[in-house]
Design a protein around this ligand. Structure first.
Ligand code: ZN
Length: 322
């Protein structure tokens, strides 16, 4: 087995309203809008990226803007919750911030940790988990959330599958995940150094409902690899384990391979580099439509067909001025 996967690279979801999506992730959660690009397989549609100041691996929450997709239908065969890490003493700050902003949030307990559960503008379930993290994040100095309370990247994703056996076998025997505690139908797994951004929960839900690729659902999770060589090793290892893995695809900001785990959820393995500063300076990230070189010929058309997006700039620390 190749060297272990360090953790989550990015999580990609589907939004039906790109403006509401940007307003929520920037104004409410305080993530930086780091890249406005296109879905390279459906290039008339947006791919939007949010993260820390530079969109470091482990912080990038991304969205396909697909307004004509079916309405939210979440369930088994999908990632059903995306959890972010917040600093250990920040849960009260976040509860009061969300309340002020009119965002409903409830407290619940997961493996003896108190977490906040909320939904984004499209209904995707999110959690804020107070934990110390070793993930190296770069704070966004102009963000609306004071740095001491800012989101520190991902904590985990929760996969819901109808039958967990084959999924767990792939995770532990082929992908190097370690099985951890169990709470009801939920089993926790860790990879790499463990802890935040390296955690995965599997929930077995044989009764359904079965999820559908739709607005307000998670499209896939990408796992990190440091470089092309490690990615190639993982590709060979997954092929040997019988997975149907794509060739390496150059996504410009990183290189990717894709495959489905046995529960039906799309996994990607993405390289850490070159990263989002390949075509924009750190201070200018997200300020214009970024296109890989091979899509530049379409720029005029894309400028016509893509809905303009206004990135909120009137952000005040600790609250939102909208
Ligand atoms: Zn991806």
């Amino acid at each position: 087995m190749p060297a272990s996967i360090p953790g989550i690279h990015h999580v990609t979801c589907i939004t039906g309203d790109v403006q509401k999506n940007v307003d929520f992730y920037v104004s409410v959660l305080g993530l930086r809008f780091v890249k406005k690009s296109i879905n390279q397989d459906l290039p008339d549609t947006y791919h939007l990226y949010f993260g820390d100041h530079v969109g470091s691996p482990g912080t990038a929450m991304t969205f396909f803007g697909w307004p004509t997709w079916p309405r939210r239908n979440a369930g088994s065969g999908q990632i059903t919750t995306v959890a972010f890490t917040v600093p250990e003493d920040s849960l009260d700050f976040w509860r009061s911030r969300l309340k002020k902003l009119g965002v409903e949030a409830t407290r619940t307990s997961r493996f003896d940790t108190e977490v906040l559960v909320l939904q984004d503008a499209d209904g995707i379930e999110l959690e804020l988990v107070p934990r110390a993290t070793s993930l190296h994040t770069v704070p966004w100095p102009n963000g609306p959330v004071p740095a001491e309370h800012a989101i520190r990247g991902f904590h985990s994703v929760t996969m819901t599958v109808a039958e967990a056996g084959a999924t767990i076998e792939l995770l532990t025997k082929t992908m190097g995940f370690r099985r951890g505690a169990r709470e009801g139908s939920r089993t926790r797994f860790e990879t790499g150094g463990g802890g935040p951004d390296s955690t995965l929960d599997v929930v077995e839900s044989p009764e359904g409902p079965v999820g559908e690729e739709s607005i307000g659902t998670v499209h896939h999770v990408a796992w990190r690899v440091p470089d092309d060589e490690r990615q190639k090793e993982w590709r060979e290892s997954l092929l040997a384990a019988g997975r149907n893995v794509t060739p390496v695809i150059d996504r410009w900001y990183f290189k990717s391979i894709y495959y489905r785990e046995p529960g039906g959820i799309l996994f990607e393995i993405a390289t850490d580099g070159p990263g989002f500063t390949i075509d924009e300076k750190p201070e200018a990230l997200g300020s214009s439509l970024s296109l890989p070189p091979w899509f530049q010929v379409r720029r005029d058309r894309l400028d016509q067909v893509l809905t303009p997006i206004v990135v909120p700039t009137d952000l005040i620390q600790g609250r939102v001025s909208s």
